[in-house]
Design a protein around this ligand. Structure first.
Ligand code: BES
Ligand code: MN
Ligand code: ZN
Length: 499
């Protein structure tokens, strides 16, 4: 899909479809008014007849409007002008994109950027519209023997402005939005691929391919023997029941001065989580192919910022393996030594995410990071706490938490700040080792974060538990690409602050 921004009046534009907004009660937006005037009240007549009331996210497609050059006009209901907030705008834009894709239009001119969304500007409106355009056209059909037939015709989208210039700042926002949307699509693809295709080796290949495509990205892959040398006994204990070799993938993105400390992203890359000897129940176990969505979000984010050429240094680290039961698998009660030297009593082999992350987080210190953020489908408890709306956010620094919350708010890829108090730490006490790998049912997402906190004392760190937000179940089953928008926006904000 191609995108551009143009300052133009709608009535003389040759376009497959022009989209204009109608507010609650049939009030016309400015571009709708111009079309109405040129067509001698064609639009207001239709509204008078009651076919478009301006209800939020409703649409009405019109053809051959007199004295107007485009083939179609799509009226988009926006609800009350005074009340249009971020969520309503997003619902409206999604509805509009779906309606557009249902037409035969090959190109479209969308008067979306200047809509009055509370507290947001044109740049924001464009960003959200690009993400919605990609989201509504996303298909994962590469593993069907026949690809989806109803490929949509829409290849070009223009964003129309009446009162503002299509300046360099808006165009750079557009470029960043496209890169973010493509990063989201990459994360979705990787998430949706099944465990027999998307193995640790496959993720490593993807990272290597990213390094080949972008000179700014350098990828290295460590094998199990390398991890053994580094003393990663915790990570290796998770993979030891699996026939699939584990990988530790590192992508170094250089966009700024070599001396600038990097922001390190660490993504959980369990390509299938059976639970190991503490085997999961059978129902919906297939969804544990998504247990590498943290890793996928790191790949998506690194691709996005490389595409943007963001002036920042970022390192992506992906510890990746399967969690399988077998004669060689770790047993409940086993005690292992992590790279940090701390020993862990493994009481439940299904609490494996923290076991691979703790060694990756210790390894992250090698890059003398400015900040470390890990992203993981870590706990079912986080889904119980926050549902499928917000990712769980934990941090050892409140300022970092606030910055991440703000990036989530900005992109509507939201997170919620959870406590990481010392009070919870004693739940991890073990009689036999420095700690045990589970803290009981109560506060499960918090004790998981507390476990990670024991490995991140020497730098500024945040943890995103994306167990509830990384994929959807049921009829709409599929990866969401979250939290690529949040992470990418955070990095954009950091690059802007560094200027
Ligand atoms: N990958 C799962 C977490 C998960 C569960 C994500 C369900 C999404 C939906 C993780 O490895 C896991 O199994 N966690 C256990 C931890 C428990 C044994 C302390 C869980 O949440 O049940
Ligand atoms: Mn598990
Ligand atoms: Zn898991």
């Amino acid at each position: 899909m191609e995108f551009s921004i143009k300052q133009c009046s709608p009535e003389n534009m040759r376009s497959g479809c022009i989209l204009v907004g109608i507010f609650d009660g049939g009030k016309l937006s400015d571009p709708a008014q111009l079309l109405n005037k040129a067509s001698k009240h064609y639009i207001s007549e239709i509204i008078k007849r009651g076919d478009m009331k301006g209800k939020a996210a409703s649409t009405l497609l019109l053809h051959n409007i007199p004295n107007v050059s485009c083939e179609r006009v799509l009226l988009l209901g926006l609800g009350k002008k005074e009340e249009l907030d971020a969520r309503q705008y997003r619902d409206c834009v999604r509805a509009a994109m779906r309606a557009l894709h249902g037409t035969g239009a090959k190109d479209a001119l969308l008067y979306l950027p200047e809509l009055p969304v509370k507290g947001r500007n044109s740049a924001w409106c464009i960003n959200q519209a690009v993400l919605a355009a990609y989201e509504t056209t996303y298909r994962f059909d590469r593993l069907k023997s026949k690809a989806d037939k109803d490929k949509n015709a829409l290849g070009k989208i223009q964003f129309g402005l009446l009162n503002t210039k299509a300046d360099a700042a808006l165009n750079s926002t557009l470029k960043q939005a496209i890169a973010t949307a493509q990063g989201v699509a990459l994360a979705k693809d990787l998430g949706n691929l099944p465990g027999n295709i998307c193995t640790p080796a496959y993720l490593a290949q993807q990272a290597i391919a990213l390094g080949k495509k972008h000179r700014s990205v350098k990828t290295t892959v460590l094998e199990e023997k390398d991890m053994k040398k580094l003393g990663m006994g915790s990570l290796l204990s998770v993979t030891q029941g699996s026939a699939e070799p584990a990988k530790l993938i590192t992508m170094e993105y250089h966009g700024a001065d070599k001396k600038q400390k990097p922001i390190v992203l660490v993504g959980k890359g369990i390509t299938f989580d059976s639970g190991g000897i503490s085997l999961k129940p059978g129902a919906e176990m297939d969804e544990m192919k998504y247990d590498m969505c943290g890793a996928a979000s790191v790949l998506g984010t690194v691709q996005a910022i490389a595409e943007m050429g963001l002036k920042l240094n970022v390192v992506g680290i992906i510890p990746s393996c399967d969690n399988m039961p077998s004669g060689t698998a770790t047993k409940p009660g086993d005690i292992v030594t992590s790279m940090s030297g701390q020993t862990i009593e493994i009481l439940n082999t299904d609490a494996e995410g923290r076991l691979i992350l703790c060694d990756a987080l210790t390894y992250a210190a090698k890059f003398s990071p400015d900040t470390v953020i890990d992203i993981a489908t870590l706990t079912g408890a986080c889904v119980i706490a926050l549902g499928h709306v917000a990712s769980g956010l934990f941090s050892n620094q409140d300022k970092l938490a606030e910055e991440l919350l703000a990036a989530g708010e900005q992109t509507q890829d939201r997170a919620w700040h959870m406590p990481l108090w010392e009070d919870y730490q004693s739940l991890l006490d073990s009689n036999f080792a420095d700690m045990q790998n589970i803290g009981g049912r109560a506060g499960g997402s918090i004790t998981a974060a507390c476990f990670l906190a024991r490995y991140t004392k020497n730098y500024r760190w945040a943890h995103l538990d994306i167990a509830g937000t990384a994929w959807k179940s049921g009829k709409e089953k599929g990866a969401t690409g979250r939290p690529v928008p949040l992470l990418t926006q955070y990095l954009i904000n950091r690059a802007a602050a560094a200027k």
